[in-house]
Design a protein around this ligand. Sequence first.
Ligand code: ADP
Ligand code: MG
Length: 622
Amino acid sequence: MSEQREFQAETSRLLDIVANALYTQREIFLRELISNASDACDRLRYDAIAKPDLLKGDADFGINVSFDADARTVTVSDNGIGMTKEDLIRNLGTIAHSGTRELVKNLDGDEKNNMSLIGQFGVGFYSVFMVADKVTVLSRRAGEELAHVWTSDGRGSYTIDEALKDTRGTEIVMHIKDEASEFLLEERLKAVIKRYSDHINFPIYMGLGDKALQVNSGAALWMRSKSDITPEQYKEFYRSVSDTIQIDEPWLTLHWRAEGTHEYNNLLFIPAMKPFDLYDPKRHHGVKLYVRRVFITDGVEALIPPFLRFVKGVVDSEDLPLNISRELLQANPVVAKMSSAITRKILSELEERAKADIKDYENFWSLFGPVIKEGLYDAHAHRDQLCRVARFYSSKQPGLVSLDEYIERMLEGQDQIYYISSPTLDSARNSPQLEAFRKKGVEVLLMTDTIDEFWLPIQAEYKQKKFKSVTRGASDLSKIKSTKPDDEKPKDENAKTETAALLTRLKELLVGEVNDVTVSDRLVDSPVCLVAPENSIDMHMNRVLKKSQAYEDKMRPILEINDGHPVITKLKAFVANDTHPDLVRETAFLLLDQARIVEGEPLKNPTDFVKRLNKAIEKGLI
Ligand code: ADP
Ligand code: MG
């Protein structure tokens, strides 16, 4: 009857590390087991709304913790939903979440590294092997007659047998290792339960039979008044909803009751660290929906917009019906109203935070700003608030600025919000396209997140000021009153003709490579730069798209020349006097390639470039 099975490879690996970890917080195994027991009760309570028979005379949910010092065992049991044989195999023999499986592959011989990785996803049930060298899980699924027992020493394999169990639910017996004897003491266990599991919604009893006493207070934390909750309790609750064992603290704790047409209580957190799967397309938000203290689901996507998917916590509605299916919740108008009110509340709290402590907000923004900016792309209803919450790097100062600050500082004659898109802050700051803006004292926002390429083109304006890329189209700086002295001299007719002749020649030479060659008003020190034509996509966006195979790059940039630059002056003279045609040609290509390099564009033909460069150097050395 007994069936022996191997753990999935990743599980084995994780178990090895867990069992040998000198982890100072071994006590969290109890928190994990109680949290699973509580989930199991939640799930059965929900299923029983539609099928009350499942409860069969045992409607009082509870969790029990007991120990036997002589037998050296600690037992955690619940009358929750229980597990079938298949459940046991899948839940306790594999790592279901693919992101977590990937992380486990990165575990290595370095304990510090391992603990910090493990801290990011939590080890859940497997944490029992920190304190036990043998574990049995006896479980009977609600509504089934047959029970099963799962046994393992956590080293490579486990066995499954059929078994008898009088009651539904799960009983986990841990055979405690020598070095974990502290958990065979009543006071120690009680303290651990109080510390980590006080807020659990079901009674947790210690002791057996009539002598069993409830240890936790059992009231839903989010229903208590703020003044009755200690910071420590908030923190523990945060850790329990965020499913990590890391010593992470919430960056923001938001606890409020919404009253009015709809009533609901909210306890939400923003983490201080970035979750490892923030950009996993399969990742969902971490907010659990309750209806009058009954856990319904953590899968209602409509409750929290994707751009706030890092928020964790609980929303408990007083007026949603209990027996509504999870699918219908997704389209429920009450949920939609709650969602937009919750979003507004979170965003207005962020606005306050940014005003109160910009340094602190900068840390937050560096973690989650790129995600929030997704809202600028697809959450039109929250657009104004998102624009107020968003912060940007700027050409003017090292720290972040808001759009409001930017607009406040705009120069006389300036009616657009200028920005430059670039892969990094450094490359943005060093862009030749910024030179004239800097010289004139015009501030430019630096956009370095991929998402910026998506929201900027559709976000036409903020406070009637249009967003304008400095690497696309004409920059038209002439209307703006400079804060710095203007040293431009009016050009004579002769100079104009020479420039026109050079432009024509360059266009002939670079045909097929560029769309046009024009005189720049954005360059000061550099001889040339590339910009995108007004009606095409921006330079950086073009690069982003090029990474996707399906994209066919048809965009031909415009080459802009700096009319006052010595190299350009020389070229003009050559063209005007019709001398050194080869040198003009070689220099034209050198200039184009250097503009590409500064842009971070790949060179079409690096060998040709190097040959030309060497020729030019040789000339210089003679
Ligand atoms: P998580 O709780 O994050 O899913 P765990 O490793 O803690 O991960 O548990 C794995 C799975 O095992 C749970 O998702 C659940 O399906 C199942 N499980 C664990 N303990 C119990 C229990 N006491 N009753 C029912 N199912 C359980
Ligand atoms: Mg768990």
